[in-house]
Design a protein around this ligand. Structure first.
Ligand code: FES
Length: 350
């Protein structure tokens, strides 16, 4: 891919003004889009400006399009330099886009390229009389008629060095030329003898429906079997959903070392061991949980979130998002603990 940049200053015209035809085209294109979306017409207007400028886009034409669409010139410049259909340097009266992609190369595009180099010169070079210039491009989508070139807006296919030289001669002399295939085939039909799709029954309607009927007959037993199997697999009695599905799992839980010991646990924390032996000397600090319990009585049950919906935090040491600042505890030194952070000494290990 060649570097795409604007033509040198010495080639740039001093001005560019929309012709009446270009202006009418611009109005028609802009009218296709809602108010304020006129920038959507940028490619169409650049194409028309290129046509008016003789097949390429001078800087002034790009700026004129930007002004007409109320766009920053750099935005239009980005479009013009991105798309290879916009020529940034002058081209010949007949601008030849030569396809150099694999299918064309396999069918002799190398010979066509040699003709261009001999007749026109290097790429992006305009002949002295201004008649021809050429550029190698990627596949133009006519591979079945390779090798081919595009000259201005038309395709010329099935090229050989001989018929291509004649084509260039005719164009240079202003003689009429044949567009499309240069060997006379209709579009992309087989090159020589027609060897496929020759069965007359394909065209007389006699086989219409025959294939479908055959498929229906073949599918019948299989379909019946599938339907029976599907019916057999459906449970005859509906089963109730699990009672606990989607609800928190409820379990008894010990809140104090004494209750834990009652339930068979052995405290391993020395403080818990002391409290378990004599609950009256409980050293457990007043936590926010306890404070909360006074204002909102809780059961001695803890809730563990079931997988999925309704998750309830089970760890009291986890900061509770959204805990109101009112629950923060004022310390003796006047400072406040962080709102929402609950410390449960039962769960602290030494
Ligand atoms: S490769 Fe040349 S047209 Fe596709």
């Amino acid at each position: 891919m060649a570097v795409r940049k604007l033509a040198p200053e010495e080639l740039q015209p001093e001005s560019f003004v929309f012709s009446p035809e270009t202006e009418a085209f611009a109005q028609q294109q802009i009218a296709k889009y809602p108010p304020g979306r006129q920038a959507s017409a940028v490619i169409a207007l650049l194409g028309k400006a290129q046509e008016q400028a003789g097949g390429w886009l001078p800087r002034k034409a790009i700026e004129a399009v930007a002004a007409r669409l109320d766009m920053p010139p750099i935005r239009v410049m980005e479009v013009a330099t991105f798309y290879t259909m916009f020529n940034l340097e002058p081209v010949g009266k007949y601008f030849i886009q030569f396809c150099g992609t694999t299918p064309c190369m396999l069918r002799g595009a190398g010979d066509i390229k040699r003709v261009l180099e001999k007749r026109v010169g290097d790429q992006n070079h305009v002949t002295a009389d201004g008649t021809f210039s050429w550029l190698e491009v990627e596949c133009l989508g006519a591979c079945s008629n390779a090798p081919m070139v595009q000259i201005n807006d038309d395709y010329y296919e099935d090229l050989t060095p001989e018929n291509f030289e004649k084509l260039l001669d005719d164009l240079a002399a202003g003689r009429p030329v044949r567009k499309g295939s240069q060997i006379g085939r209709n579009r992309s039909e087989p090159h020589e003898a027609v060897n496929t799709l020759q069965d007359p029954s394909l065209y007389d309607g006699s086989v219409v429906g025959a294939w479908r009927k055959r498929f229906e007959e073949q599918a019948k037993p299989a379909e019946t079997g599938e339907a029976e199997a599907a019916i057999a697999s459906v449970p005859q009695e509906a089963r109730a959903a699990k009672p606990g599905a989607g609800r928190p799992i409820e379990s008894e839980a010990a809140d104090t070392p004494a209750e834990r010991v009652k339930q068979g646990e052995t405290p391993f924390n020395p403080v818990d061991q002391k409290e378990a032996a004599d609950p009256s000397v409980a050293t457990k600090g007043k936590s926010h949980t306890e404070e909360g319990a006074r204002s909102a009585p809780q059961s001695s049950k803890s809730y563990v979130a079931s997988p999925g919906a309704g998750a309830v935090p089970s760890s009291p040491t986890t900061p509770n998002a959204g805990t109101p600042p009112a629950q923060s505890e004022t310390r003796r030194d006047g400072s406040e603990s962080k709102p929402g952070v609950v410390v449960d000494k039962d769960n602290m290990t030494s």
